[in-house]
Design a protein around this ligand. Structure first.
Ligand code: HEM
Ligand SMILES: *[C@@H]1O[C@H](CO)[C@@H](O)[C@H](O)[C@H]1NC(C)=O
Ligand SMILES: *[C@@H]1O[C@H](CO)[C@@H](O)[C@H](O)[C@H]1NC(C)=O
Ligand SMILES: *[C@@H]1O[C@H](CO)[C@@H](O)[C@H](O)[C@H]1NC(C)=O
Ligand SMILES: *[C@@H]1O[C@H](CO)[C@@H](O)[C@H](O)[C@H]1NC(C)=O
Length: 434
Protein backbone atom coordinates (compact mmCIF):
# COMPACT_ATOMS: atom_id res chain seq x y z
CA UNK A 1 0.00 0.00 0.00
CA UNK A 2 1.23 3.47 -0.86
CA UNK A 3 0.19 6.50 1.13
CA UNK A 4 0.66 9.65 -0.85
CA UNK A 5 1.07 12.88 1.07
CA UNK A 6 -0.72 15.70 -0.67
CA UNK A 7 -0.26 19.11 0.85
CA UNK A 8 3.36 18.96 2.06
CA UNK A 9 4.89 18.50 -1.36
CA UNK A 10 2.94 21.54 -2.50
CA UNK A 11 4.34 23.44 0.46
CA UNK A 12 7.75 22.04 -0.29
CA UNK A 13 7.44 23.23 -3.84
CA UNK A 14 6.41 26.70 -2.71
CA UNK A 15 9.21 26.87 -0.24
CA UNK A 16 11.83 25.75 -2.68
CA UNK A 17 10.39 28.05 -5.32
CA UNK A 18 10.76 30.91 -2.85
CA UNK A 19 14.29 29.72 -2.23
CA UNK A 20 14.97 29.69 -5.93
CA UNK A 21 13.77 33.24 -6.32
CA UNK A 22 16.20 34.10 -3.61
CA UNK A 23 18.86 32.10 -5.38
CA UNK A 24 18.29 34.31 -8.37
CA UNK A 25 18.89 37.39 -6.27
CA UNK A 26 22.13 35.85 -5.04
CA UNK A 27 23.55 36.30 -8.51
CA UNK A 28 22.58 39.92 -8.73
CA UNK A 29 24.82 40.98 -5.90
CA UNK A 30 27.14 43.42 -7.63
CA UNK A 31 30.15 42.13 -5.74
CA UNK A 32 30.16 38.45 -6.56
CA UNK A 33 32.62 36.23 -4.69
CA UNK A 34 35.88 37.13 -6.29
CA UNK A 35 39.57 36.35 -6.34
CA UNK A 36 40.05 39.50 -4.26
CA UNK A 37 40.04 37.99 -0.76
CA UNK A 38 39.24 41.32 0.91
CA UNK A 39 36.20 41.83 -1.26
CA UNK A 40 35.14 38.22 -0.73
CA UNK A 41 35.44 38.42 3.05
CA UNK A 42 33.39 41.58 3.14
CA UNK A 43 30.48 39.43 1.95
CA UNK A 44 30.51 37.03 4.85
CA UNK A 45 30.62 39.43 7.76
CA UNK A 46 27.51 41.56 8.40
CA UNK A 47 28.10 45.28 8.80
CA UNK A 48 24.86 46.43 10.41
CA UNK A 49 23.55 46.13 13.96
CA UNK A 50 20.03 46.49 15.34
CA UNK A 51 19.65 45.79 19.06
CA UNK A 52 15.91 45.09 18.95
CA UNK A 53 16.16 42.73 16.01
CA UNK A 54 19.28 40.86 17.07
CA UNK A 55 19.21 40.51 20.86
CA UNK A 56 17.69 37.10 21.29
CA UNK A 57 15.77 37.10 24.56
CA UNK A 58 15.01 33.70 25.97
CA UNK A 59 11.92 33.50 28.15
CA UNK A 60 9.38 30.81 29.04
CA UNK A 61 8.20 28.63 27.39
CA UNK A 62 11.59 28.69 25.64
CA UNK A 63 13.81 28.39 28.69
CA UNK A 64 16.56 25.79 28.50
CA UNK A 65 15.53 22.36 29.76
CA UNK A 66 18.03 19.55 29.47
CA UNK A 67 16.72 16.74 27.28
CA UNK A 68 15.57 13.57 29.02
CA UNK A 69 16.56 10.06 28.01
CA UNK A 70 13.43 9.58 25.89
CA UNK A 71 13.89 12.81 23.93
CA UNK A 72 15.62 12.41 20.58
CA UNK A 73 18.89 14.21 20.11
CA UNK A 74 21.45 13.67 17.38
CA UNK A 75 24.51 14.86 15.43
CA UNK A 76 23.40 18.48 14.91
CA UNK A 77 24.15 20.88 17.77
CA UNK A 78 21.93 23.56 16.18
CA UNK A 79 18.83 21.37 16.10
CA UNK A 80 19.61 19.88 19.52
CA UNK A 81 19.70 23.40 20.97
CA UNK A 82 16.44 24.34 19.23
CA UNK A 83 14.81 21.31 20.85
CA UNK A 84 16.32 21.99 24.30
CA UNK A 85 14.61 25.41 24.16
CA UNK A 86 11.34 24.17 22.73
CA UNK A 87 11.70 26.07 19.44
CA UNK A 88 11.08 22.70 17.88
CA UNK A 89 9.37 19.98 19.86
CA UNK A 90 11.35 19.12 22.98
CA UNK A 91 10.81 15.48 22.03
CA UNK A 92 13.21 16.00 19.11
CA UNK A 93 10.67 14.94 16.51
CA UNK A 94 9.09 17.76 14.55
CA UNK A 95 7.83 18.54 11.08
CA UNK A 96 9.85 19.49 8.04
CA UNK A 97 8.42 23.03 8.04
CA UNK A 98 8.82 23.68 11.78
CA UNK A 99 12.48 22.67 11.59
CA UNK A 100 13.09 25.10 8.73
CA UNK A 101 11.11 27.87 10.45
CA UNK A 102 12.93 27.53 13.77
CA UNK A 103 16.37 27.43 12.11
CA UNK A 104 15.47 30.59 10.25
CA UNK A 105 13.82 32.48 13.10
CA UNK A 106 16.25 31.65 15.89
CA UNK A 107 19.59 31.40 14.10
CA UNK A 108 18.83 33.27 10.87
CA UNK A 109 19.84 30.35 8.72
CA UNK A 110 18.43 31.38 5.34
CA UNK A 111 15.39 29.63 3.94
CA UNK A 112 17.25 28.22 0.93
CA UNK A 113 20.02 26.78 3.10
CA UNK A 114 17.65 25.38 5.71
CA UNK A 115 15.29 23.94 3.09
CA UNK A 116 18.24 22.24 1.41
CA UNK A 117 19.32 20.78 4.77
CA UNK A 118 15.78 19.71 5.62
CA UNK A 119 15.34 18.00 2.24
CA UNK A 120 18.48 15.99 2.97
CA UNK A 121 17.04 15.40 6.44
CA UNK A 122 14.08 13.63 4.80
CA UNK A 123 16.40 10.66 4.40
CA UNK A 124 15.86 10.18 8.13
CA UNK A 125 12.24 11.36 8.11
CA UNK A 126 8.87 9.71 7.85
CA UNK A 127 7.70 10.15 4.28
CA UNK A 128 4.39 8.42 4.91
CA UNK A 129 3.15 11.12 7.27
CA UNK A 130 1.88 14.18 5.38
CA UNK A 131 3.61 16.58 7.80
CA UNK A 132 6.96 14.91 7.01
CA UNK A 133 8.15 14.53 10.62
CA UNK A 134 11.90 14.18 11.15
CA UNK A 135 13.57 12.87 14.27
CA UNK A 136 16.70 14.92 14.88
CA UNK A 137 18.26 11.90 16.58
CA UNK A 138 17.43 8.25 17.00
CA UNK A 139 14.49 6.66 15.19
CA UNK A 140 11.15 7.73 16.66
CA UNK A 141 9.62 4.83 18.55
CA UNK A 142 5.95 5.61 18.11
CA UNK A 143 5.61 5.89 14.36
CA UNK A 144 3.19 3.00 14.13
CA UNK A 145 4.34 2.07 10.67
CA UNK A 146 4.60 -1.67 11.06
CA UNK A 147 2.23 -3.27 8.65
CA UNK A 148 2.35 -0.67 5.91
CA UNK A 149 6.04 -0.96 5.17
CA UNK A 150 5.92 -2.95 2.01
CA UNK A 151 9.64 -3.50 1.81
CA UNK A 152 10.09 -0.34 -0.22
CA UNK A 153 10.73 1.90 2.73
CA UNK A 154 13.09 1.61 5.59
CA UNK A 155 11.44 2.75 8.84
CA UNK A 156 12.24 6.44 9.55
CA UNK A 157 15.80 6.29 10.77
CA UNK A 158 16.23 9.71 12.41
CA UNK A 159 19.11 12.01 11.48
CA UNK A 160 21.49 9.95 13.60
CA UNK A 161 21.22 7.05 11.18
CA UNK A 162 21.65 8.87 7.89
CA UNK A 163 25.29 7.94 7.38
CA UNK A 164 26.50 9.02 3.93
CA UNK A 165 23.05 10.35 3.13
CA UNK A 166 23.41 13.35 5.45
CA UNK A 167 25.55 12.51 8.49
CA UNK A 168 29.09 12.09 7.19
CA UNK A 169 32.74 11.47 8.06
CA UNK A 170 35.23 14.10 9.24
CA UNK A 171 32.64 16.17 11.15
CA UNK A 172 33.96 18.95 13.34
CA UNK A 173 33.34 17.26 16.69
CA UNK A 174 31.79 13.88 15.96
CA UNK A 175 33.58 10.58 15.35
CA UNK A 176 33.40 8.75 12.01
CA UNK A 177 30.70 6.09 12.22
CA UNK A 178 33.01 3.22 11.24
CA UNK A 179 35.67 4.24 13.76
CA UNK A 180 33.48 4.63 16.87
CA UNK A 181 30.17 3.05 15.85
CA UNK A 182 28.78 6.41 17.03
CA UNK A 183 28.73 9.55 14.92
CA UNK A 184 26.41 11.71 17.01
CA UNK A 185 28.18 12.07 20.38
CA UNK A 186 30.43 15.11 20.78
CA UNK A 187 34.03 13.94 21.28
CA UNK A 188 36.05 16.32 23.50
CA UNK A 189 39.23 15.15 21.74
CA UNK A 190 37.94 16.77 18.53
CA UNK A 191 36.51 19.89 20.17
CA UNK A 192 39.80 20.59 21.98
CA UNK A 193 41.88 21.21 18.82
CA UNK A 194 39.21 23.63 17.58
CA UNK A 195 39.47 25.56 20.86
CA UNK A 196 43.26 25.46 20.53
CA UNK A 197 43.05 27.08 17.10
CA UNK A 198 40.91 29.80 18.63
CA UNK A 199 43.32 30.35 21.49
CA UNK A 200 46.15 30.75 18.99
CA UNK A 201 44.30 33.56 17.22
CA UNK A 202 43.18 35.78 20.06
CA UNK A 203 41.83 38.41 17.67
CA UNK A 204 39.65 35.87 15.88
CA UNK A 205 40.19 37.83 12.72
CA UNK A 206 38.67 35.24 10.42
CA UNK A 207 36.67 32.53 12.16
CA UNK A 208 35.84 30.99 8.77
CA UNK A 209 39.56 30.35 8.30
CA UNK A 210 39.87 28.80 11.76
CA UNK A 211 37.03 26.37 11.23
CA UNK A 212 38.28 25.60 7.71
CA UNK A 213 41.65 24.61 9.13
CA UNK A 214 39.98 22.37 11.69
CA UNK A 215 37.85 20.79 8.96
CA UNK A 216 41.00 20.13 6.90
CA UNK A 217 42.68 18.55 9.95
CA UNK A 218 39.66 16.35 10.58
CA UNK A 219 39.77 15.11 6.98
CA UNK A 220 43.48 14.32 7.33
CA UNK A 221 42.70 12.46 10.57
CA UNK A 222 39.98 10.39 8.88
CA UNK A 223 42.30 9.53 5.99
CA UNK A 224 44.95 8.41 8.51
CA UNK A 225 42.62 6.43 10.79
CA UNK A 226 39.44 5.33 9.05
CA UNK A 227 39.88 2.65 6.41
CA UNK A 228 36.25 3.19 5.44
CA UNK A 229 36.52 6.99 5.13
CA UNK A 230 34.24 8.19 2.34
CA UNK A 231 34.05 11.74 1.04
CA UNK A 232 31.93 11.80 -2.10
CA UNK A 233 30.40 14.93 -3.65
CA UNK A 234 27.43 15.02 -1.27
CA UNK A 235 29.66 14.42 1.77
CA UNK A 236 32.14 17.06 0.63
CA UNK A 237 29.38 19.65 0.34
CA UNK A 238 27.63 18.60 3.59
CA UNK A 239 30.95 18.60 5.47
CA UNK A 240 31.84 22.11 4.37
CA UNK A 241 28.29 23.38 4.84
CA UNK A 242 27.90 22.10 8.41
CA UNK A 243 31.43 23.17 9.36
CA UNK A 244 30.69 26.73 8.23
CA UNK A 245 27.56 26.82 10.35
CA UNK A 246 29.64 26.99 13.51
CA UNK A 247 31.38 30.32 12.86
CA UNK A 248 28.36 31.75 11.02
CA UNK A 249 25.48 30.79 13.29
CA UNK A 250 27.08 30.34 16.72
CA UNK A 251 28.81 33.71 16.55
CA UNK A 252 27.70 36.65 18.65
CA UNK A 253 26.75 39.64 16.46
CA UNK A 254 26.83 42.35 19.12
CA UNK A 255 27.10 46.14 18.85
CA UNK A 256 30.85 45.92 19.58
CA UNK A 257 31.31 43.25 16.93
CA UNK A 258 28.57 43.51 14.30
CA UNK A 259 30.69 41.26 12.07
CA UNK A 260 30.25 38.50 14.66
CA UNK A 261 32.65 36.90 17.11
CA UNK A 262 32.47 33.21 17.72
CA UNK A 263 33.40 33.40 21.38
CA UNK A 264 34.66 30.25 23.07
CA UNK A 265 31.91 30.77 25.65
CA UNK A 266 29.22 30.78 22.96
CA UNK A 267 30.73 27.82 21.14
CA UNK A 268 30.82 25.74 24.34
CA UNK A 269 27.26 26.70 25.24
CA UNK A 270 25.67 25.79 21.90
CA UNK A 271 27.75 22.62 21.66
CA UNK A 272 26.69 21.71 25.22
CA UNK A 273 30.27 21.25 26.39
CA UNK A 274 31.86 22.23 29.72
CA UNK A 275 35.47 23.11 30.51
CA UNK A 276 36.53 22.12 34.00
CA UNK A 277 39.07 23.96 36.18
CA UNK A 278 41.71 21.31 35.36
CA UNK A 279 41.22 22.09 31.67
CA UNK A 280 39.42 18.92 30.69
CA UNK A 281 36.33 19.08 28.49
CA UNK A 282 33.15 17.10 28.99
CA UNK A 283 29.89 16.90 27.10
CA UNK A 284 26.49 15.81 28.32
CA UNK A 285 23.81 14.60 25.96
CA UNK A 286 20.91 17.04 25.70
CA UNK A 287 22.71 20.08 27.11
CA UNK A 288 23.13 22.29 23.99
CA UNK A 289 22.06 25.74 25.12
CA UNK A 290 21.58 29.14 23.49
CA UNK A 291 23.76 31.60 25.47
CA UNK A 292 21.83 33.84 27.89
CA UNK A 293 23.22 36.92 26.21
CA UNK A 294 23.26 36.17 22.52
CA UNK A 295 23.02 38.44 19.50
CA UNK A 296 21.93 36.59 16.37
CA UNK A 297 22.71 37.54 12.76
CA UNK A 298 20.80 40.52 11.35
CA UNK A 299 17.43 39.56 9.87
CA UNK A 300 17.83 41.32 6.51
CA UNK A 301 17.84 38.71 3.74
CA UNK A 302 21.33 39.43 2.52
CA UNK A 303 22.74 39.01 6.03
CA UNK A 304 20.99 35.75 6.86
CA UNK A 305 23.19 32.70 6.38
CA UNK A 306 22.21 31.83 2.87
CA UNK A 307 23.82 31.54 -0.54
CA UNK A 308 25.17 35.10 -0.82
CA UNK A 309 27.12 34.50 2.40
CA UNK A 310 27.70 30.78 2.14
CA UNK A 311 29.22 30.80 -1.35
CA UNK A 312 32.05 33.21 -0.59
CA UNK A 313 32.67 31.32 2.66
CA UNK A 314 32.99 28.04 0.79
CA UNK A 315 35.35 29.59 -1.71
CA UNK A 316 37.41 30.98 1.15
CA UNK A 317 37.61 27.53 2.76
CA UNK A 318 38.72 25.94 -0.50
CA UNK A 319 41.19 28.69 -1.34
CA UNK A 320 42.88 28.49 2.07
CA UNK A 321 42.69 24.70 2.52
CA UNK A 322 42.36 22.96 -0.85
CA UNK A 323 42.46 19.60 0.92
CA UNK A 324 38.88 20.25 2.11
CA UNK A 325 37.98 19.46 -1.51
CA UNK A 326 39.44 15.95 -1.15
CA UNK A 327 36.73 14.08 -3.06
CA UNK A 328 37.24 10.33 -2.75
CA UNK A 329 37.88 7.93 0.09
CA UNK A 330 40.04 5.20 1.57
CA UNK A 331 40.09 1.75 0.00
CA UNK A 332 39.58 -0.31 3.17
CA UNK A 333 42.76 0.53 5.09
CA UNK A 334 43.94 3.78 6.66
CA UNK A 335 46.05 5.94 4.35
CA UNK A 336 44.79 4.40 1.14
CA UNK A 337 43.05 7.56 -0.05
CA UNK A 338 42.07 7.32 -3.69
CA UNK A 339 40.72 10.49 -5.32
CA UNK A 340 37.30 10.34 -6.95
CA UNK A 341 37.41 10.78 -10.69
CA UNK A 342 34.96 13.69 -10.81
CA UNK A 343 35.13 13.71 -14.60
CA UNK A 344 34.02 10.07 -14.76
CA UNK A 345 31.36 10.62 -12.08
CA UNK A 346 29.87 13.59 -13.97
CA UNK A 347 30.37 12.09 -17.43
CA UNK A 348 32.90 14.79 -18.20
CA UNK A 349 30.77 17.74 -17.10
CA UNK A 350 32.97 18.92 -14.21
CA UNK A 351 36.51 18.73 -12.94
CA UNK A 352 37.67 19.82 -9.50
CA UNK A 353 39.18 22.96 -10.99
CA UNK A 354 35.80 23.86 -12.44
CA UNK A 355 34.30 23.82 -8.94
CA UNK A 356 37.03 26.11 -7.66
CA UNK A 357 36.30 28.90 -10.15
CA UNK A 358 36.25 32.07 -8.09
CA UNK A 359 32.81 33.33 -9.08
CA UNK A 360 31.19 30.24 -7.59
CA UNK A 361 28.91 29.72 -10.55
CA UNK A 362 30.19 26.25 -11.42
CA UNK A 363 29.92 25.22 -7.80
CA UNK A 364 26.31 26.29 -7.45
CA UNK A 365 25.44 24.78 -10.82
CA UNK A 366 27.10 21.49 -9.85
CA UNK A 367 25.35 21.32 -6.47
CA UNK A 368 21.93 22.08 -7.94
CA UNK A 369 22.37 19.77 -10.89
CA UNK A 370 23.50 17.02 -8.51
CA UNK A 371 20.41 17.49 -6.34
CA UNK A 372 18.19 17.37 -9.41
CA UNK A 373 19.79 14.15 -10.53
CA UNK A 374 20.04 12.42 -7.14
CA UNK A 375 16.78 13.33 -5.49
CA UNK A 376 14.17 12.36 -8.00
CA UNK A 377 15.80 8.97 -8.43
CA UNK A 378 16.41 8.31 -4.74
CA UNK A 379 13.07 9.55 -3.50
CA UNK A 380 11.33 8.15 -6.55
CA UNK A 381 11.65 4.72 -5.00
CA UNK A 382 9.77 5.98 -2.02
CA UNK A 383 7.02 8.19 -3.25
CA UNK A 384 6.08 8.96 -6.83
CA UNK A 385 4.39 12.23 -5.99
CA UNK A 386 7.29 13.66 -4.06
CA UNK A 387 9.53 12.60 -6.90
CA UNK A 388 7.36 14.43 -9.41
CA UNK A 389 7.38 17.54 -7.29
CA UNK A 390 11.13 17.44 -6.89
CA UNK A 391 11.51 17.02 -10.61
CA UNK A 392 9.35 20.10 -11.11
CA UNK A 393 11.54 21.93 -8.62
CA UNK A 394 14.50 20.79 -10.65
CA UNK A 395 12.99 22.24 -13.80
CA UNK A 396 12.24 25.44 -11.97
CA UNK A 397 15.83 25.63 -10.84
CA UNK A 398 16.97 25.05 -14.36
CA UNK A 399 14.93 28.01 -15.45
CA UNK A 400 16.50 30.23 -12.84
CA UNK A 401 20.01 29.08 -13.48
CA UNK A 402 19.35 29.20 -17.19
CA UNK A 403 19.18 32.98 -17.08
CA UNK A 404 22.71 32.94 -15.74
CA UNK A 405 23.78 30.34 -18.26
CA UNK A 406 25.35 27.54 -16.29
CA UNK A 407 28.68 27.03 -18.03
CA UNK A 408 28.08 23.28 -18.16
CA UNK A 409 25.12 20.96 -18.09
CA UNK A 410 25.22 17.63 -16.32
CA UNK A 411 22.61 15.18 -17.52
CA UNK A 412 23.41 12.29 -15.21
CA UNK A 413 26.03 10.96 -12.87
CA UNK A 414 27.68 7.56 -12.79
CA UNK A 415 27.02 6.29 -9.27
CA UNK A 416 28.94 3.09 -9.98
CA UNK A 417 32.15 5.14 -9.84
CA UNK A 418 31.52 5.32 -6.06
CA UNK A 419 31.45 1.55 -5.64
CA UNK A 420 35.22 1.28 -5.39
CA UNK A 421 34.92 2.89 -1.93
CA UNK A 422 34.09 0.25 0.73
CA UNK A 423 32.80 2.92 3.17
CA UNK A 424 30.18 3.98 0.63
CA UNK A 425 29.24 0.39 -0.21
CA UNK A 426 28.87 -0.49 3.48
CA UNK A 427 26.56 2.46 4.17
CA UNK A 428 24.51 1.69 1.07
CA UNK A 429 23.68 -1.90 1.90
CA UNK A 430 21.99 -1.35 5.24
CA UNK A 431 19.38 1.10 3.98
CA UNK A 432 16.00 0.51 2.45
CA UNK A 433 15.78 3.95 0.96
CA UNK A 434 18.82 3.87 -1.30
C1 HEM B 1 17.11 22.36 8.53
C2 HEM B 1 17.85 22.44 9.59
C3 HEM B 1 19.04 21.55 9.91
C4 HEM B 1 19.27 20.22 9.63
C5 HEM B 1 18.34 19.24 8.91
C6 HEM B 1 20.59 19.89 10.18
C7 HEM B 1 21.18 18.64 10.17
C8 HEM B 1 22.48 18.36 10.53
C9 HEM B 1 23.12 17.07 10.43
C10 HEM B 1 22.45 15.79 9.94
C11 HEM B 1 24.41 17.21 10.84
C12 HEM B 1 25.48 16.12 10.90
C13 HEM B 1 26.41 16.31 9.75
C14 HEM B 1 27.73 15.62 9.98
O1 HEM B 1 27.76 14.41 10.11
O2 HEM B 1 28.74 16.32 10.05
C15 HEM B 1 24.58 18.59 11.23
C16 HEM B 1 25.76 19.12 11.72
C17 HEM B 1 25.90 20.40 12.15
N1 HEM B 1 24.91 21.35 12.23
FE1 HEM B 1 22.99 21.14 11.61
N2 HEM B 1 21.11 21.00 10.76
C18 HEM B 1 20.20 22.03 10.63
C19 HEM B 1 20.33 23.32 11.14
C20 HEM B 1 21.42 23.77 11.84
C21 HEM B 1 21.51 25.06 12.51
C22 HEM B 1 20.38 26.08 12.58
C23 HEM B 1 22.77 25.14 13.04
C24 HEM B 1 23.41 26.22 13.85
C25 HEM B 1 22.81 26.94 14.71
C26 HEM B 1 23.47 23.91 12.72
C27 HEM B 1 24.79 23.65 13.05
C28 HEM B 1 25.46 22.48 12.77
C29 HEM B 1 26.88 22.25 13.05
C30 HEM B 1 27.85 23.25 13.63
C31 HEM B 1 27.16 20.94 12.66
C32 HEM B 1 28.51 20.23 12.76
C33 HEM B 1 28.51 19.43 14.04
C34 HEM B 1 29.89 18.89 14.40
O3 HEM B 1 30.34 17.91 13.80
O4 HEM B 1 30.52 19.46 15.30
N3 HEM B 1 22.62 23.11 12.01
N4 HEM B 1 23.39 19.26 11.04
C1 LIG C 1 40.11 44.28 -3.24
O1 LIG C 1 38.89 44.73 -2.65
C2 LIG C 1 39.06 45.78 -1.73
C3 LIG C 1 37.72 46.01 -1.01
O2 LIG C 1 36.65 45.92 -1.89
C4 LIG C 1 39.57 47.00 -2.46
O3 LIG C 1 39.75 48.08 -1.54
C5 LIG C 1 40.92 46.66 -3.11
O4 LIG C 1 41.38 47.74 -3.87
C6 LIG C 1 40.78 45.42 -4.00
N1 LIG C 1 42.11 45.00 -4.44
C7 LIG C 1 42.38 44.72 -5.70
C8 LIG C 1 43.78 44.27 -5.99
O5 LIG C 1 41.55 44.81 -6.60
C1 LIG D 1 26.82 -0.18 17.29
O1 LIG D 1 25.84 0.64 17.86
C2 LIG D 1 24.52 0.11 17.77
C3 LIG D 1 23.55 1.16 18.24
O2 LIG D 1 23.97 1.74 19.44
C4 LIG D 1 24.45 -1.19 18.57
O3 LIG D 1 23.16 -1.75 18.47
C5 LIG D 1 25.48 -2.17 18.01
O4 LIG D 1 25.51 -3.34 18.79
C6 LIG D 1 26.87 -1.53 17.97
N1 LIG D 1 27.79 -2.42 17.27
C7 LIG D 1 29.01 -2.66 17.70
C8 LIG D 1 29.85 -3.53 16.84
O5 LIG D 1 29.44 -2.19 18.74
C1 LIG E 1 45.75 41.30 17.11
O1 LIG E 1 45.47 42.59 16.60
C2 LIG E 1 46.40 43.56 17.03
C3 LIG E 1 45.92 44.94 16.55
O2 LIG E 1 45.29 44.84 15.33
C4 LIG E 1 47.80 43.19 16.51
O3 LIG E 1 48.75 44.13 16.95
C5 LIG E 1 48.16 41.81 17.04
O4 LIG E 1 49.40 41.39 16.48
C6 LIG E 1 47.10 40.78 16.68
N1 LIG E 1 47.40 39.51 17.33
C7 LIG E 1 47.34 38.33 16.70
C8 LIG E 1 47.67 37.13 17.52
O5 LIG E 1 47.01 38.21 15.53
C1 LIG F 1 27.75 38.60 23.26
O1 LIG F 1 28.09 39.94 23.32
C2 LIG F 1 27.58 40.60 24.46
C3 LIG F 1 27.90 42.07 24.31
O2 LIG F 1 29.27 42.25 24.19
C4 LIG F 1 28.20 39.98 25.71
O3 LIG F 1 27.68 40.61 26.85
C5 LIG F 1 27.86 38.50 25.74
O4 LIG F 1 28.50 37.88 26.83
C6 LIG F 1 28.30 37.85 24.45
N1 LIG F 1 27.82 36.47 24.45
C7 LIG F 1 28.59 35.45 24.11
C8 LIG F 1 27.99 34.09 24.16
O5 LIG F 1 29.75 35.58 23.76
Amino acid sequence: MRVKPCSPPALLLLLLAAGNTFLATAFFIPDRPSTNATARRSLFFPSTFDEADQRFQISPPHQFIQAGPNDHRGPCPGLNSLANHGFISRSGVDTFLNIIKASNQVYRMGVTASAAAAVLGLFGGNLLDPTLPISIGEPPDNVGLTGILGGILAPPSGLTNTHNQFECDASLTRCDLYICNDSHTLQPKYLQPLLDLYAADSNITNSVAIVSKHHANRIADSIANNGLFFFGPVQMIVGAFTALQAPSLFANYSAEHPEGIMSVEGLMSIYGATRHPDGTLTWTRGSERIPDIYYRRPGALLYQWDLPVLLPQLLEMWALYPETLSLGGNLGQPNTFFPLDLGAFTHGAYSLDDLRQPDGLNLICFAYQLVQILFPSLLGNVNDLLATVLTEVGQLTNGVLGTFVCPRTMGSVDMSVLDKYPGWVKSKTKKGIL
